[in-house]
Design a protein around this ligand. Structure first.
Ligand code: AMP
Length: 427
């Protein structure tokens, strides 16, 4: 026998009925985000490597260690997208939206790729849903996006939601804060991990995000960014909190919160859930403001705010609702013989047009086996078509739960309206 080819490590198939739960998350995102004025963007999965190097930052783990980068046949360096914010920013510039739309609101859903160390809940292909808003500097849009996520997760049945918020500063305050961090960490440099020693020179804010215990212990007493905010940033942060409070969105200040990517300026946030389904990993989504990114990629200065969350994590937070279930057929048509199968196929075609989920047994197997299958599929009704039924053009609609039958005066597709009514009535 030929050897089987397995899927790539860390990249999973999503099969039915699990895929139904994925569809539920995507449908809820589409519904909720549309209500806030966000339109869906789809970008290529592959971008020029330079986009991520410039957009996400060379000092990040994502760019430094985790990208799937390859050269194509024309010797171009390309990368499978590890996140979407850089690709969205590229599309925003490439399509000239900075000049043609004062405000752009996009949401997206798709697979991302990171060559991560294998661990529970971490994959090399994973799915993210996210959104980006360009063109608004005012703090109410920060609050609006956080409220939008609160609405989405509430819709998905995830409870105990709290937005953890912080402000990492922008412009001058960021420069002063950076200097304070360098002053704080420099005496500890020998005790920091290799990555953090490099981060100290490149982007000391990253050290606050390090998971290595010795680095965490040192970072515990590091200066906090909110202490360095200039008046304008402070006012922005206050304005966002006032809007959140008035909308009744639970939030708390998390003075040590920084996010893993370099482009954040000002507001950063994560939403945590106390749902028991999540265990120790309580964060369901994170994001923030990145007012410098568009300019960094060669565009005009453009304020921007966005977030992304992992669909796998969202499904985990949803518990049983995140497992997925198939759609049971309203009608299962059991058949015997080629003529019966053809009649069933034609009839089912008409009933599906009327909106019913109908499954036809096309295989020549025993009636007993067909009924077992109908039960396994949890079909509401079964209609058996054999020689007898064909000859008389009559049959019986069997209601599986009550084990009752009702006669059908015709099995012709032309009479499908009457059959449809019989199915609809007892449902
Ligand atoms: P980030 O883009 O790193 O801020 O990640 C945003 C969210 O994407 C995280 O909170 C996770 O839910 C999800 N995520 C990031 N990396 C992975 C991964 N390797 N596997 C699964 N989910 C991930």
């Amino acid at each position: 026998m030929a050897e089987l080819v397995a899927s790539v490590k860390g990249m999973n198939d999503i099969l039915p009925p699990t895929s139904a739960a994925w569809q539920r998350v995507e449908a809820a995102a589409r519904r909720v985000f549309t209500a806030y004025g966000y339109g869906e963007i789809r970008t290529p999965i592959v971008e020029h490597t330079e986009l991520f190097a410039r957009g996400i930052g060379e000092s990040t783990d994502v760019v430094g260690k985790e990208m799937y980068t390859f050269t194509d046949r024309s010797d171009r360096s390309l990368t499978l997208r590890p996140e979407m914010t850089a690709g969205c920013a590229r599309a925003y510039l490439e399509h000239g939206l900075a000049g043609s739309e004062p405000v752009t609101r996009w949401w997206y859903c798709g697979p991302m790729f990171r060559y991560e160390r294998m661990q529970v809940g971490r994959y090399r292909q994973f799915w993210q849903i996210g959104a980006e808003a360009y063109g608004v500097a005012e703090p109410t849009i920060d609050a609006e996006q956080i409220a939008m996520l609160h609405a989405l997760y509430t819709d998905l049945g995830v409870d105990g939601l709290t937005a953890c918020i912080n402000n990492v500063g922008a412009g001058e305050d960021r420069v002063r804060y950076r200097a304070a961090l360098v002053a704080y960490f420099t005496p500890h440099v020998a005790s920091l991990c290799g990555d953090c020693q490099r981060r100290l020179a490149q982007n000391p804010l990253r050290i606050l995000d390090c998971k290595v215990p010795t680095c965490r212990a040192i970072a515990a007493d590091a200066p906090q960014p909110v202490a360095y905010l200039a008046d304008a940033t402070r006012a922005h942060f206050d304005g966002m909190q006032a809007a959140l409070a008035e909308m009744g969105i639970p939030f708390r200040l998390e003075p040590r919160l920084v996010r893993g990517l370099d482009y954040y300026t000002g507001t950063v946030f994560e939403i945590v859930s106390s749902s028991a389904n999540l265990g120790a990993q309580t964060t369901v989504v994170g994001g923030g403001r990145y007012d410098g990114l568009i300019e960094q990629l060669g565009g005009p200065a453009t304020p921007a705010f966005g977030f992304a969350f992992g669909v796998e994590r969202a499904l985990l937070a949803m518990g049983a609702a995140g497992v997925g279930a198939g759609t049971p057929p309203a009608l299962f048509i059991a058949t015997r013989g080629a003529a019966a199968r053809q009649r069933a196929t034609v009839l089912a075609q008409a009933l599906r047009t009327a909106g019913f989920v109908v499954e036809v047994e096309h295989r020549e197997v025993s009636m007993k086996a067909q009924l077992r299958r109908a039960e396994k599929l949890a079909a509401t009704y079964v209609l058996a078509i054999g020689d007898d039924e064909l000859a008389k053009n009559q049959g019986a609609l069997r209601h599986m739960a009550s084990r009752t039958e009702q006669p059908l005066a015709s099995l012709s597709a032309a009479d499908s309206a009457a059959i449809a009514q019989a199915i609809a009535v007892a449902r």
